[in-house]
Design a binder for this molecule. Structure first.
Ligand code: GLN
Length: 303
């Protein structure tokens, strides 16, 4: 397959969308993203890397980081993680608070904000440095030592982070956080604020396509654990639009409000796309459209 041509065609089709969505502005620093930026990359398990458009330009990965925090927390701490966070789709927006009280401070899944805060808390307990663990993993897997958290974005989110702080305190009241709320929030904002490109993220996502094996050949997760993360990505990775994403794209995937989407085809490769305009669920409009076009053209699907 000529991935280069396929990427260009997929982006061309996505550009025909009547609207590009809205750039997230509830975190003021994110509102400064270039609304016209658009890039896409594919990395394959046999070593190919392809890209088009702004595929080498770093952007704020935001919730795409939650895929990596989950993988690292499971790798370091094992299945006990699931005592503090579920793995059912929430059917609610990523920053919703409503289920937390009726479900006694146990978030539905690791990819909504509440669940990601629990995972960050456990990763912090296990490693002493949750953001450092995510950053170092991204650097190693992508081979790009410049991947780093953007302190301006993290500080901007902290200043406007009342919802996340409310969730964290609420879960702490149920005993579902082991570290001080302020540390959990600081690490969460910082790993969301990591800047990386489509190229970096496609390469970093390959461990899931390699069934849990890292770029250096070492094993991060068992085959079964990698398969299970992919299952949670498919059902919960794009929030209350996960059904639509499975229908249109057919791959496990994780989105972020910076406009990035990372999708995985086990055994074959990973694709990452970035366009900052979002739909109402917080997923990149052009990003999902481009993945839809790419997977339709290539036949890439888990189904
Ligand atoms: N969906 C997202 O990307 C949200 C991440 C963002 N840091 C937040 O907590 O709101």
């Amino acid at each position: 397959m000529d991935y280069q041509v396929l990427l260009q065609d997929a982006m061309e089709q996505a550009r025909r969308m009547p609207a590009r969505g809205r750039v997230a502005d509830y975190i003021p620093a994110l509102a400064e993203a270039d609304p016209l930026a658009f890039g896409m990359a594919i990395a394959t398990v046999d070593g190919g890397v392809f890209g088009a458009g702004d595929w080498q330009r770093p952007f704020s990965i935001q919730s795409v980081s939650k895929l990596f925090t989950l993988a690292l927390a499971l790798a370091e701490g094992g299945e006990g993680l699931w005592r503090g966070v579920g793995r059912e789709p929430s059917g609610n927006p990523f920053n919703s608070l409503v289920q937390l009280e009726s479900e006694q401070g146990i978030p539905r899944n690791p990819f909504i904000n509440a669940g990601a805060l629990v995972v960050t808390d456990r990763l912090l307990e296990l490693t002493g440095d949750a953001v450092g663990a995510v950053r170092d993993f991204l650097r190693t897997e992508s081979g790009n030592p410049e991947v780093a958290a953007d302190d301006t974005v993290a500080a901007s989110e902290a200043r406007h982070g009342h919802r996340n702080a409310a969730m964290a305190h609420f879960m702490a009241s149920y005993g579902n956080l082991r570290n001080p709320v302020d540390s959990v929030l600081a690490h969460y904002y910082a790993h969301c604020a990591i800047a990386a490109s489509c190229r970096d993220l496609a390469l970093a996502g390959l461990f899931l396509a390699r069934h849990g094996v890292r770029v250096d050949g070492s094993r991060l997760l068992s085959r079964s654990e990698a398969k299970r993360i992919n299952a949670v990505l498919l059902t919960c990775g794009t929030y209350d639009a996960a059904g639509e994403f499975a229908y249109r794209v057919g791959l496990p995937g994780k989105s972020g409000v910076g406009g990035g989407v990372l999708a995985v085809l086990p055994g074959r490769g990973a694709a990452c796309v970035w366009s900052p305009g979002l739909d109402a669920a917080g997923n990149s409009v052009l990003g999902v459209a481009a993945l839809d076009a790419l997977t339709t053209a290539t036949g890439w699907s888990v189904f």
